[in-house]
Design a protein around this ligand. Structure first.
Ligand SMILES: Nc1nc2c(ncn2[C@@H]2O[C@H](COP(=O)(O)OP(=O)(O)OP(=O)(O)O)[C@@H](O)[C@H]2O)c(=O)[nH]1
Length: 351
């Protein structure tokens, strides 16, 4: 299985103008100290020291800014799910604009560094060389202050984006259903013990992920477990973004209603999710071990058929009943059809 990373994990810490300036000046001073040890005529030495200071400051600042650009993945090349996340969490346009400011500043500082280094080489006195260096430092400070808002914006964006969970580019099942219907029990049963819990910015409960061969199964507590009218805009967008992650939704119904929600309520949530998602939805009627009345299950099945659910499973996640059939279905549906075919299939379903 390929090991992929959240594409924002590689973004470096973003230094603010004062921090970056202090770092550059420290390095400049260090280089200057080395130069001072050299045996040279006084004017030549003064020029030499100041020129190296300027060049060092310019390259520390310009390289640092350029590194941010280089280590930030271009949004348009990201998987669609992460593109959506950038839009929801930070705003794609603002993000691009801010990185543009980094580029502008980096190039300008490098150019100024060259210009001032040349001027210093022609300085007629040590004082003049020192004055030129000070002028250069002042200009770099002012450039950094000018892009301070963009630096702060990218720093906040990085904090939000680097904590997104790492989804693998594998066929993905997203589990939905009210709390306590058995979602995490099923996830554990299907994927073994190694369920990862990741932070997810839209829910305090995190996101649970597991792998069944090359199928990724994701449980999103807090997202697909209550009616949509209770959602704010950001949550709705986060839910919609799951469209780009999911190839299939597995909706779980607790037939025993011990979860605290009636069958009617659960079916209503299913209808909402079905309307929102462009991918096929299958339903697992769970906790059948707790329901003695056969008629009740039949009744649920009838209603699911009316809603137009394409496949229904009767399971007990806890007792391990019906899970083999579910697994086989996933393998057949997700591994023997590639992702694009699945998406096409989903679009056909919705047209
Ligand atoms: N008898 C029985 N109990 C089950 C079954 N599936 C889950 N449970 C129990 O139902 C309770 C809730 O299960 P969870 O897996 O935590 O439910 P969940 O949907 O993940 O809940 P949230 O994390 O709140 O969203 C637990 O006590 C499980 O042991 C089942 O098939 N049969």
């Amino acid at each position: 299985m390929s090991k992929e990373e959240n594409p924002f994990k590689k973004m470096p810490t973003i230094l603010m103008p004062d921090e970056l300036m202090a770092k550059a000046l420290r390095r400049g001073e260090k280089v200057a100290n080395e130069m001072r040890k050299k045996e040279l005529p006084w004017l030549l030495k003064a020029r030499y020291v100041e020129e190296h200071k300027v060049r060092t400051i310019a390259s520390v600042v310009a390289d640092n800014l350029q590194k941010v650009i280089d280590k930030t993945p271009p949004v348009r090349k990201l998987p669609k799910f992460y593109q959506e996340m950038v839009e929801v969490l930070v705003g794609v346009d603002e993000f691009k604009k801010s990185l543009g400011a980094f580029k502008w500043a980096s190039e300008l500082v490098r150019k100024l560094g060259n210009e001032y280094a040349k001027k210093i080489r022609k300085a007629r006195t040590p004082q003049q060389a020192g004055k030129l260096r000070k002028e250069f430092v002042g200009r770099v400070k002012s450039i950094l202050n000018q892009i301070h808002p963009e630096m702060a914006f990218v720093a906040v964006a990085r904090e939000k984006l680097k904590n997104l969970p790492t989804f693998k580019n594998l066929p993905t099942v997203v589990i939905a259903g009210y709390p306590n219907v058995g979602k995490s029990t099923l996830l554990k049963k299907l994927t073994g013990a190694d369920v990862e819990i990741n932070n997810y910015p839209f829910t305090t409960k995190g996101i649970n992920m597991g792998y069944m061969e090359d199928i990724q199964i994701v449980d999103t507590p807090g997202l697909l477990d209550r009616p949509l009218y209770e959602r704010n805009d950001i949550e709705l967008q986060a839910i919609l973004a799951l469209n780009y992650l999911a190839n299939l939704i597995l909706f779980i119904i607790d037939a025993s209603e011990f979860c605290g929600y009636t069958i009617e309520e659960q079916l209503n949530l299913l209808k909402e999710i079905k309307e929102l998602f462009k991918v096929p939805i299958v339903v697992a009627i769970n906790k059948i071990d707790l329901v003695e009345d056969e008629g009740k299950i039949k009744n649920i099945e009838e209603k699911l058929k009316e809603i137009g659910v394409e496949k229904i499973f009767k399971i007990s996640a806890d007792k391990g009943i019906g899970l083999e059939e579910l697994k086989e279905y996933f393998f057949k549906k997700l591994l023997f059809t590639n992702r694009e075919n699945i998406k096409e299939l989903a679009n056909e379903n919705n047209n």
